[in-house]
Design a protein around this ligand. Structure first.
Ligand code: ADP
Ligand code: MG
Length: 716
């Protein structure tokens, strides 16, 4: 729009154009007004002074005060992007990086990808002219692999640091090193991390820098880098941990605006919090005054099922009553749909937002007056003893509950309905344990190794992970062939694995598949396993869903079933795209998915990921072969890749996982649920009342000793 706007143009406009222009300038005015009224607007000058005075600054401010959207713009205005330098802002969640970047681009009146852009795994909108760059914390870590001094950045803002994701924690340690390295002239033989030359000599880098890695090295040695400013931002009021970690760094507090929120509890614990949420939504809708509702659920599946239940029940509302508009927001939602939560509801409608804990502090949605908090969150949990990582639904902490209720009082007094008794609130933990204490560390360790940090136990973590967890992960990386005997990154496998933006096991699977001549199939597998379940079975249509899945299902297991579904979608799209245009094909695709009980959102997401990792594989020169219908080769590759997750049947029909010794069962959603083969590999462990494994395939017991002899030996 900006580009078409000719300054000084006074000629007459046709009515349509005139209207659009009036609309546009009204929106710009509204945005300017909104920006001015944010609590942060009045302290711009002071904030800039503090950043200029302090190399590390901790900024604490309530959610919605304007930290994420405004501070980068302030810094840009104050000249921090001179000489083409970039301001980088990291977010723990991709949804936040994407939606905030879009908002800020709009606030600046520029096209996304120009001055303002975002870059998240599998989706990069930045360009050479991007100066304000929003990204995930994980992505900046990967960038450090290619540019160890993060030399293009003048300022790095680690946002939402209170979330304490494992990537944020590692990033803090890394940035501390980078900052101190950039504030000193680089001596000839000095490098950032001891093994850094390793990385630069790595084949991947030679490619990135067009084979000029030695030139890159030279430049390092002679050029003094401009100092790096670090800003740590957090919504939790306790800045002490961060300040202490950065040697007593200065912290500033931004006063927020918060209206009173009435908290309501239930009298008894709820048996089914989805049901309870549904009832509460309709109670609010029918009995309370205007204002939108925000419901905190734990994931895509829950959100989609509540979305459907609300829409079903809406048809039973009395005629003439106010209408409800349901808008979901979760990570895997296509980004154009994510933005819908920010748009006001059409007149005559009340908006119900079904969100994961994204809406807790990462994104601020205007217009909310009612919050429904069932009190649960999906979190990673890890037991290094059994080497078992799983996503489990756990009660929130007190501070999460407080953040959630706070969302109701941003624009006026509000109400929060906690779907549990008050006595339960008292029992909650004060705050959430940092993720680094409850996850498998192989991914992080692989990246640290690739960055040249060899002494993992000695790395300056803000909070040290347990020794047991570090050692377990080192063992795992070793058994995957990523590390050498003396615990260095192996060449080429370790380097290749670090290069792929995937979990180490998946990276290894792609590398192996290249050798097994089934990379095309493995790319599909990894893409399909990276999204939430493709198949869905609504409560009232279980039988139909089961019949639908049968046309894809393979007696060998879920992996081939997923490939069949993917290939079927390919066939459908290829055939139809010859016949119809793009808008029509989208509609037809959704219809095809619906008929086959496939979630079109998940499948689209998987297709997107597939395209990207295929690109990576191509760039790395892997052998892009397909095994066609020779699925034996593919299944052997599954065994060679996922041998850490092998299990054997026990007499009573349960399975014993060979690595951990855990007793598990095949999940009812698996195509092998009834067949119960002798030996399986699986990709996911779900813990409810019992332990279930999902994404299961049949393998031959003997393949394990043949294909993973480093891990399995034949006894008797
Ligand atoms: P903080 O980071 O301090 O929590 P933000 O900078 O994210 O605050 O939000 C500041 C304001 O911008 C909030 O009032 C929020 O409603 C608004 N805002 C943020 N993103 C969007 C968006 N995509 N659309 C409309 N308003 C937005
Ligand atoms: Mg923020």
């Amino acid at each position: 729009v900006q580009r078409n706007h000719r300054p000084g143009y006074t000629g007459k406009l046709s009515n349509g154009k005139q209207n659009r222009r009036t609309e546009f300038s009204a929106r710009r005015q509204k945005i300017a007004q909104q920006r001015k009224s944010l609590p942060i607007a009045s302290v711009e000058k002071r904030l800039i002074e503090e950043v200029q005075k302090n190399d590390i600054l901790i900024i604490v401010g309530e959610t919605g005060s304007g930290k994420t959207t405004q501070i980068p713009q302030f810094l840009f205005g104050a000249g921090f992007c001179r000489d083409g330098k970039v301001i980088g802002i990291t977010q723990p969640r991709r949804v936040a990086a994407v939606t905030v970047a879009k908002r800020v681009a709009e606030e600046c009146g520029v096209e996304l990808g120009q001055k303002v852009g975002y870059s998240v795994r599998f989706d990069d909108t930045t360009s050479g002219s991007t100066r304000i760059k929003y990204m995930t914390d994980g992505l900046l870590l990967r960038e450090a692999l290619l540019d160890p001094y993060l030399s293009k950045y003048s300022v790095i803002i680690v946002d939402e640091a209170h979330e304490r994701t494992v990537h944020t924690d590692v990033l803090l340690g890394l940035l501390k090193n980078v900052q101190s390295a950039r504030s000193k002239p680089v001596a000839d033989d000095q490098s950032l991390n001891s093994g850094r030359k390793n990385v630069i000599a790595g084949m991947s880098l030679e490619k990135e820098y067009g084979g000029q890695s030695s030139g890159f090295l030279k430049k390092d040695h002679h050029e003094k880098y401009a100092p790096l400013k670090l800003i740590i931002m957090s919504a939790s009021l306790d800045a002490r941990t961060f300040s202490e970690y950065f040697g007593g760094a200065k912290s500033v507090h931004i006063q927020g605006r918060q209206f009173p929120v009435d908290i309501f509890y239930t009298c008894h614990p709820e048996e089914d919090y989805l049901d309870a949420s549904l009832i509460t939504i309709f109670q609010i809708h029918l009995k309370e005054g205007p204002g939108d509702i925000l419901v905190f659920l734990t994931g895509q599946e829950e959100i989609e099922s509540v979305e459907k239940l609300i829409n079903d029940r809406l048809t039973q509302l009395p005629e003439g009553s106010q209408k409800l508009q349901v808008v979901p927001i979760f990570a895997a939602l296509p980004s154009e749909q994510q933005l819908l939560v920010f748009a006001p509801a059409p007149s005559g409608f009340r908006k119900v937002i079904l969100a994961t804990n994204i809406a807790e502090t990462s994104v601020t949605i205007p217009g909310i007056k009612y919050v429904i908090d069932p009190g649960f969150v999906k979190a990673r949990s890890y037991d290094p003893g059994k080497d078992m990582e799983s996503l489990i639904i756990v009660p929130t902490s007190k501070s999460q509950a407080l953040q959630r209720s706070g969302r109701a009082g941003r624009e006026g007094p509000g109400k929060c309905f906690r779907l549990y008794p008050e006595s339960e609130f008292e029992k909650l933990e004060d705050s959430t344990k940092p993720e680094i204490k409850r996850c498998n560390l192989s991914n992080v360790i692989l990246q640290l190794k690739a960055l040249g940090v060899d002494d993992i136990l000695g790395f300056d973590f803000i909070e040290k992970p347990s020794r047991a967890a570090i050692i377990k992960s080192l063992e795992q990386l070793f058994s995957l062939g990523a590390l050498t005997d003396d615990c260095r990154l192996s060449d080429p496998v370790g380097h290749q694995m670090a290069r792929l933006p995937l979990d180490p096991v998946y990276s290894k699977a792609l590398i192996l598949a290249s050798q097994f001549n089934c990379l095309e199939e493995m790319l599909i597998t990894v893409a399909m396993l990276s999204v939430e379940s493709i198949f869905y079975a609504p409560r009232e249509k279980q039988a139909e869903a089961r019949t639908a899945i049968k046309c894809f299902s393979s007696p060998e297991g879920d992996h081939i079933t997923l490939i069949n579904a993917y290939r079927a979608s390919n066939d459908f799209l290829e055939k139809r795209s010859a016949e119809m245009g793009k808008p029509k094909i989208e509609k037809a695709f959704r219809k095809w998915c619906k008929e086959n009980f496939i979630s079109s959102r998940s499948l689209k997401h998987a297709r997107d990921i597939h395209r990207q990792i295929r690109g990576h594989a191509e760039q790395m020169g892997l052998n892009l072969a397909s095994c066609g219908d020779d699925m034996l080769q593919y299944r052997r590759c599954l065994a060679a890749s996922f041998f850490l997750n092998a299990a054997v049947k026990q007499p009573e029909g349960t399975y014993r996982a060979l690595a951990s010794g855990l007793v598990v069962q095949i999940h009812p959603s698996s195509v092998l649920f009834r067949q119960k083969p002798e030996c399986i590999i699986f990709n996911e462990l779900v813990q409810t009342n019992s332990k279930y494994v999902r994404n299961v395939s049949r393998i031959d017991y003997l393949w394990l000793t043949e294909l993973a002899p480093q891990y399995y030996a034949v006894k008797n």
